[in-house]
Ligand binder design. Structure first.
Ligand code: 26M
Length: 825
């Protein structure tokens, strides 16, 4: 090991203070008196990164060195929604106080303003991308060697602004001021072919083989970001690929004299990693998206092979050294690409390559929604990946042959299982490719896994039940408690010691006896009140709306989706508005209802729901009587950074999706960990959260998933509910009347129409139960001591929703990997 000087590694305030000044000078070329806030942020970030390098290098060595025999995890994901790195690194390295002290010695005593300076990498849409980031944190914390492989998007998820109540999308220029957390590995690059055709040939041994004569080649360059575990020796990495024009590209030979066309080609290559797509746009597949997926998967698998060879291991042991997890179907082309690399590029026999591929890959499903299933039109697929199409045909032929032998005469079964959907224009079914090519398939919550087995993948469950697992999602308590709720963390540590952050499942429950301790309740309430004041300040700053910190903070933050039913929440608000205008509002518990979340740019109904929320909010907030007891806020640009202030301030967490539609949810866990009570349906992980916290500490309402299905099958008629429920009709009619839209009766017509005529997500069926449940919430909140007891119990009992528990289950059930004990390095 290199003897690094103390200024690069020292964890004390002295060493850090010296390092800050030195980095400011050497890396940014500034003296303290001329440094801007961003300069201080940058030199602090470099100073912190320096302190991760020794562990990062050692961990990487455990994946590359010949004599170590550990299996590593490759988490393949098109999204990693890490959020800002600085604060999280300080928590995990245990240097928060030392850094505060060092900063004050160099005349900077506002760490929080430097934390605020960081542009968060928004390289994900929502739940799926954030889950990948939580899992990276837990893998490192559990000392499991892992690489997160993905795409280094130049533009992440758009920034959201609200103008006149509508969502406006702004480009996310997160790299504008540079990214101090990444290290470009210019030497780690791979060529990725695209398009063209295939051709058979005979190799030197006289074997019949195929080669791929591509139309073009792009180059992937690795950018590494260290991922430090929580106070452990392991520092893993995120390896994100940036697309560049291939060096092998011969400008002159390709386009003689046409310099500008050659530059155009270069730009086209770089487009591949340019922008993150919404994963939830109800719209047909785009070629660039498939190119993105193939691009990062190919680079990643080539890198995994390179690392295996570096370790001196033979290719036929690939699966003994790598567990590759497919985060949804976005990386599912890995199944065909690994086959191509093994068979075409490394001359392996098909059967052996197939065994390796299946043993290596695991597939996590994150949604049952039919419109969300990835299907590529065959012509598009063939144009971009002609060799993979052949390989997939061969996988399919062998798979269906096997099924035919086991289930003779069942042609329907063959059609349903086929990797190719033959109905109405042929399509590639990516979930089928992932399922056939993996040894393990998992859902993300108990209910979701059951539904997966009964519906979407029922035929796969029938033919290969041993492949199915449940791994209920989890979230990292380091970011979601320690970093975002420091005062609560300090209180918990004072009462139960400091082991809980590394062992939430077993330690957090020691809080339980304190739930009835009057003094503890007071402290708990004081911290919640503080957090609510902070959020109130942020809301005033961002929206100008002044909210009452003593009111019940009722919060729904998540992507906008009809199935998530933000508009059910709105129907309740309009109902309350009508009621409060009629009778004296004095008896009502004061509430502040807060919404946040982005809509996919092409999802019209989701955008209209944002407009509706803002329109209803405006009417309520300006009503002199109603606004005494009710305020409604749409907090713009909900992202990881903002969310740090949101979960800790919540009294009530809205988890009100149509039962059976939300695969798991993870916000539900973040809220509960921070002492919010949940109002929710029996959907996703809500079911397990309710069981964990106790049914009496959870506000349940609504149809079950089975009831939803039954009602749908029996011809559900939302209009009859509208006709028979006067309060509901009054609410809907007020929206139709133009009351919230300056008399424009047309504005919300499509929304109202869809509710009354189709109501795909059963809002009307659950409306009355929801309204009544909210009344129980208000009653419960009026007894502050009882509420606080429930709040403490919610926190104390959700230790199982730590992503550490989830990752332990993946390691045991799916990956068969073990932690590296520190001594082994
Ligand atoms: C696509 C088109 C139209 C409507 C919806 C979609 C769509 C919905 C969900 C596309 C993809 C979707 O899933 C991706 C995703 O982010 N799923 C989320 O994954 C989280 C982590 O497992 C879960 O907690 C969420 O419940 C799940 O929605």
């Amino acid at each position: 090991p290199i003897a690094l000087t103390n200024v690069r590694t020292g964890l004390g305030a002295d060493a850090i203070a010296t390092a800050l000044i030195e980095n400011l000078y050497c890396l940014l070329g500034k003296l303290p008196q001329h440094a801007t806030r961003n300069d201080w942020y940058m030199c602090l970030a470099y100073t912190v990164r320096d302190r991760m390098m020794e562990r990062y290098v050692a961990t990487l060595a455990s994946i590359t060195e010949t004599n170590t025999a550990a299996k590593a995890v490759a988490y393949l994901s098109a999204e990693f929604l890490t959020g800002p790195h600085l604060g999280n690194s300080l928590v995990n390295l245990g240097i928060w106080q030392a850094v505060e002290e060092a900063l004050s010695r160099v005349g900077q005593d506002d760490l929080s303003s430097l934390l605020d300076q960081e542009e968060e990498p928004g390289l994900g849409n929502g739940g799926l991308g954030r889950l990948a980031a939580c899992y990276m944190d837990s893998l490192a914390t559990l000392n499991v060697p892992a690489i997160g492989y993905g795409i280094r998007y130049e533009f992440g998820i758009f920034d959201q602004a609200i103008r006149d109540g509508w969502q406006v999308e702004l480009t996310d220029k997160w790299l504008r001021f540079g990214n101090p957390w990444e290290i470009v590995r210019s030497e780690i690059t791979f060529d990725v072919k695209l398009g063209g055709r295939t051709e058979p040939y005979y190799d030197e041994a006289g074997r019949y083989r195929m080669r791929w004569l591509s139309e073009k080649v792009v180059k992937g360059v690795a950018y590494d970001t260290p991922v430090p575990g929580y106070r452990v020796p392991t520092t893993n990495l995120l390896r994100l690929w940036k697309a560049e024009a291939a060096e092998s590209f011969d400008f002159e030979a390709f386009n003689v004299g046409d310099y500008y066309r050659a530059v155009d080609e270069k730009i086209a290559s770089e487009t591949i990693s340019k922008v993150l797509y919404p994963n939830d746009e109800p719209e047909a597949g785009k070629q660039l998206r498939l190119a993105q997926q193939y691009f990062f998967v190919s680079c990643s698998l080539q890198d995994m092979i390179r690392l295996l060879i570096m370790r001196g291991k033979p290719l036929d042991e690939f699966h003994s050294y790598w567990a590759a997890q497919l985060n949804d179907t976005h990386p599912s082309i890995a199944v065909a690409e690994l086959m191509r690399l093994l068979v075409d590029e490394h001359a392996m026999e098909w059967d052996q390559a197939w065994a390796i591929t299946q043993q290596t890959c695991g597939y996590t499903n994150h949604t049952l929604l039919a419109e969300a299933l990835e299907r590529w039109p065959l012509p598009l697929f063939a144009r971009l990946l002609p060799r993979h199409l052949e390989i997939i045909y061969e996988i399919n032929r062998r798979f269906l042959n096997d099924i035919r032998l086991r289930y003779p005469g069942d042609d329907q079964l063959l059609q349903r299982l086929s990797l190719i959907d033959e109905a109405g224009g042929k399509h590639m079914r990516m979930a089928h490719l992932a399922s056939v090519g993996s040894h393990a398939i998992n859902g993300v919550a108990a209910l979701h896994t059951e539904l997966l087995k009964q519906t979407l993948l029922s035929d796969f469950h029938r033919v290969a039940p041993e492949k199915f697992f449940n791994v209920t999602n989890g979230v990292t308590p380091r970011r979601w408690i320690a970093l975002s709720n420091p005062n609560l963390s300090a209180l918990i540590t004072r009462k139960i010691g400091d082991r809980w952050l590394a062992d939430l499942e077993h330690e957090l429950e020691h809080l339980e006896p304190l739930a009835i301790d009057g003094d503890f309740q007071k402290e708990w309430q004081a911290i919640k009140a503080d957090n609510k004041r902070v959020l109130a300040g942020l809301i005033k700053e961002r929206t100008g709306i002044i909210i009452e910190p003593h009111s019940l903070f009722d919060i729904q933050v998540k992507r906008l989706h009809e199935y998530k039913r933000q508009h059910l929440n709105v129907l309740y608000l309009v109902t309350l508005f009508n009621k409060l205008r009629r009778v004296s509002s004095a008896a009502e518990i004061p509430r502040t209802v807060i919404f946040g979340g982005k809509a996919a740019p092409g999802y019209r109904m989701a955008k209209l729901i944002i407009k509706l929320i803002n329109s209803v909010a405006a009417a309520i907030n300006q009503d002199p009587v109603v606004s005494q007891v009710l305020k409604v806020v749409f907090l713009p640009d909900f992202n990881v950074k903002t969310s740090h202030h949101v979960y800790p301030a919540a009294d009530l967490s809205e988890q009100i999706s149509t039962a059976g539609k939300e695969a798991s949810g993870t916000g539900n866990m973040k809220f509960a960990m921070n002492g919010a009570l949940t109002i929710g349906t029996l959907d996703g992980a809500n079911v397990e959260i309710r069981d964990a916290v106790g049914h009496e500490n959870f506000f349940l309402f609504g149809l079950t998933a089975a009831e939803v299905e039954r009602l749908k099958a029996e011809a559900y008629t939302p209009r009859s509910i509208y006709d028979s429920n006067a309060e509901l009709r009054e609410a809907i009619d007020l929206i139709s009347s133009g009351f919230f839209s300056n008399g424009d009766r047309g504005l919300f017509q499509s929304l109202v129409e869809s509710l009354i005529t189709r109501d795909d997500y059963m809002l009307l069926a659950d409306y009355q139960a929801y309204v009544e449940c909210q009344q129980r919430v208000s009653q419960a909140y009026s007894d502050q001591n009882a509420w606080t007891r429930m709040s403490i119990l919610n926190c104390a009992r959700v230790g199982r929703f730590s992503s550490d528990r989830s990752i332990r289950e993946y390691c045991r059930d799916i990956w068969n990997v073990r932690p590296i004990v520190p001594d082994e390095r």
